[in-house]
Design a binder for this molecule. Sequence first.
Ligand code: GAR
Length: 198
Amino acid sequence: MSHKRVAILLSGGGSNMVSLVDSMTGAHPARACLVLSNDAQAGGLQKAADRGVPTAVVDHRPYKGDRPAFEAELIKPLLEAEPDIICLAGFMRVLTGDFVSQFQGRMLNIHPSLLPKYKGLHTHARALEAGDAEHGCTVHEVTAALDDGPILGQARVSVEPGDMPETLAARVLTWEHKLYPAVLRRFASGDKTPVLLS
Ligand code: GAR
């Protein structure tokens, strides 16, 4: 059986990347082919290397103010890796519509809120400020609009009394680690039915 090839883009610690890579064993229809970061210091790079996944870095900083120039570099290692599926996993750069359209229908993102609520940053603080009883995370297909696109899965998480943004973020993250692998497994097998966890 030939596996679907998955490239994972990250900017930070890479705990979601780890959960994805570690899930792709045995009968799973996909395997990781590349972990790509915009930051050479991202902790996820070492974790990928430890797992035998090829890594690459394209620093966004020399391209300040010129997203297309950054993306022209970012796409090189990505195309070389010949991915079937691209997973954004804590990748903190906004991608242009031009870039996204090249991978439309095969690029996924995880976002730490119950979309369409709280697109963008500071999602946990915003959920607490709003007094929400429930919060969570969403995996969706990436389209040109930020944190938009068809929803492929959601995990709902209770907000507890005394929660701070950090405690809520940590609770949501444990669910991200269940949701993203479950969605990827289903998506890689050609099934876009949403995965709903709670
Ligand atoms: C995760 O909580 C992810 O949902 C969030 O960044 C964190 C990355 O953690 N992504 C975004 O906010 C995207 N806008 P990780 O590096 O440990 O996977």
